[in-house]
Design a protein around this ligand. Structure first.
Ligand code: F6R
Length: 611
């Protein structure tokens, strides 16, 4: 949450910062701002998106070779110009941007108020900044030293970037719990919450770790820990192309990402799955294979869409590996003193690899001796680095705020892990194992087939876009797909939607059903199909509008539905990877037809790095 950008070097800083902020807008878009070094500090900030900031600055002198920029997802203080970052210290000497939350800001603030400080904003950021300045003045020390002292008092998560009017070519950065990447160029450095702002300038990057502080000048990068010991920056080569973060002719990132799924599923399987040889190769899992086979339980921790992937995986692991699986909301798990024994296996599922709750949950479990496996999309992210092992989902950058291709990639990876473990344990019959490998292999082609229905789904969206509520029903493997379909619709169209287990509907939600309620059934062919068809009849009997996702050739379900979206025949274990795609498209087209900004839905942020 919140995107941060910085630049120091010979180029014009402002265009680099603004372009970088636009790429990071997926992290928050409540307000934006820049601070530039140009014979003194110049700060510009504005409520709204980066484009609003640009409009407000048009015509001003933005010439500078050093600067920082911020796009905000509000935590402390409503989104307005005053609370936008950068903030300036009381004396005006320092400017700072921040991503994270300072939990003990109220205490620090009251100490500063007693000393006569006045605050222009409601933010925790301005408190930390003035706390740093207070130490700087009182101790008559370097800014670097003042930051170190201040951060030892701070409880919470942060990435901060500071400019100092007295050291105009330098940016000082520090991190704990929020991401920070430094791009290393020739005589210049770039900073970002991820690598996207620097992609066209350099492929050499340093991922800053927690409790590290960086002093960055055009031709020098000094990395230290909070104990003031120098560290050697570990420069890595970035494996990311510019095209992967651009829209590539699509109207929205979300649509591009939905349509990328045949490719991303393929990328996820490639080099791992060999259906002919009957093997799955996953080195980050192989290392822990013995422990996974011997464990009595696996705990999946995740949030949102990734949690839904965990729910599908629960059924898959229990069936294929005969291991007890618990699926936990990371935010609940971390606070309820869960029983974790050495040897328990935790699978953390996360697209961004930065979700604060998931990160803290695995840190806690790791301390208690659990083995942590990450199923993560963003390479080098905090969750990936905190995990002992695991597997990347290789879906490429997901920029649309609503998760789509990451979900199908997570399911592909989790299915492969379950197949690998189950096969080694001997809990999957050989024939079923080989059949499922083939089923996985066929998924990219089948996903492309499902996507061909986009025009038809657009028409369905048009028909139901004015509904006030939606109900999504599914059973077995498709229960979590119902939850995911409902979540997508809520996020993108702001229509209230509920996902429910199809049979459980009789125990309450059926009271909602009338002729105005669209009910989306995920009714693909599986062992409980007939039961789901009975649930459809129950909804029809109460005049609900039945829309369904069905398997090709299922005339009976089609005859019970007002509208259908079709997937090809697929084993029930892999079917969710296909059945979710029409629901992603349905949500997308409803959002677009309502004129909403589907890539940046209100109040949301892509990477939830605060609790
Ligand atoms: C839904 C969505 C969120 C995320 C959740 C977890 O479309 O994007 O619900 O799934 O915030 O994020 P990650 O997977 O990055 O940990």
């Amino acid at each position: 949450m919140c995107g941060i950008v910085g630049y120091t070097g010979p180029r014009e800083a402002y265009p680099i910062i603004v372009k970088g902020l636009k790429r990071l807008e997926y992290r928050g878009y409540d307000s934006a701002g820049v601070a530039l070094q140009n014979g003194g500090l110049h700060v510009y900030k504005k409520k709204g998106k980066v484009a609003d900031l640009e409009d407000s600055i048009a015509g001003k002198n933005v010439h500078a070779h050093v600067g920082i920029g911020h796009t905000r997802w509000a935590t402390h203080g409503e989104p307005n110009d005053r609370n936008a970052h950068p903030h300036q210290s009381a004396s005006g000497r320092l400017a700072m941007i921040h991503n994270g939350i300072i939990e003990n800001y109220a205490q620090l603030k009251s100490e500063l108020v007693k000393k006569g400080y006045e605050f222009k904003s409601d933010t925790d950021t301005e408190v930390l900044l003035n706390f740093i300045e207070e130490i700087l003045v009182k101790n008559d020390c370097s800014l670097e030293e003042a930051i170190r002292i201040a951060l030892k008092r701070v409880v919470g998560a942060y990435v901060i970037l500071l400019l100092d009017a007295e050291n105009p070519d330098t940016i000082i950065a520090a991190r704990k719990g929020s991401p920070l990447v430094i791009g290393v160029g020739k005589g210049e450095h770039f900073l970002g919450s991820d690598a996207s702002p620097m992609l066209e300038y350099t492929k050499e990057v340093v991922y800053v770790n927690d409790y590290e502080l960086a002093i960055i000048k055009p031709d020098e990068l000094i990395l230290k820990n909070l104990g003031n010991e120098k560290l050697t920056p570990y420069v890595q080569k970035l494996d990311l192309e510019l095209a992967s973060i651009e829209k590539g002719g699509y109207e929205h990132f979300m649509l591009k990402e939905i349509f990328e799924q045949p490719q991303t599923i393929n990328d996820c399987l490639r080099g791992r799955l060999d259906a002919v040889a009957g093997t799955i190769t996953m080195s980050g899992i192989q290392q822990y294979a013995e422990q996974i086979m011997q464990t009595n339980r696996i705990i999946m921790v995740a949030c949102g869409t990734s949690w839904h992937a965990g729910l599908v995986a629960e059924y898959i692991f229990e069936e294929l590996c005969r291991i007890n699986v618990e699926v936990e909301y990371a935010s609940e798990f971390r606070y309820r003193n869960p029983v974790i024994n050495p040897g328990d296996v935790i699978i953390a599922i996360s697209q961004s690899g930065e979700t604060a709750d998931t990160l803290v949950a695995i840190e806690t479990a790791k301390e208690k001796g659990a083995i942590i496996l990450g199923v993560v999309n963003v390479v080098g992210s905090s969750i990936a680095r905190t995990s002992h092992g695991g597997a990347y989902t290789h879906a490429g950058p997901e920029i649309g705020v609503a998760s789509t291709k990451a979900f199908t990639a997570q399911l592909s990876v989790l299915t492969m892990i379950a197949l690998k473990v189950g096969y080694m344990k001997g809990t999957i019959p050989q024939q079923r194992y080989l059949r499922l490998l083939n089923e996985l292999n066929e998924l990219p082609e089948k996903a492309a087939w499902v996507l061909q229905q986009h025009e038809k789904i657009k028409a369905i969206a048009e028909k139901y876009k004015d509904a006030r509520d939606f109900l999504y029903l599914g059973r077995g493997y498709n229960f979590a797909v119902a939850l995911e379909g409902a979540l997508k619709l809520k996020e993108i169209s702001y229509i209230h939607a509920e996902g429910y287990p199809a049979a459980e509907m009789k125990h309450g939600p059926i009271a909602l059903v009338d002729e105005n309620l669209p009910v989306v059934f995920i009714a693909t062919k599986d062992p409980y199909h007939e039961k789901v068809v009975s649930n459809m009849q129950e909804i029809r009997a109460r005049k609900g509008q039945v829309i369904s996702v069905i398997t090709e050739g299922d005339e009976h379900s089609a005859s019970l539905s007002l509208d259908v979206m079709i997937i090809p025949e697929a084993d029930e274990i892999v079917a969710p990877i296909l059945s979710v795609i029409p629901l992603q498209l349905l949500a997308y087209y409803i959002g677009v037809s309502k004129g909403l900004d589907v890539d940046k839905p209100r109040n949301l942020a892509k990477s939830v790095t605060v609790e």
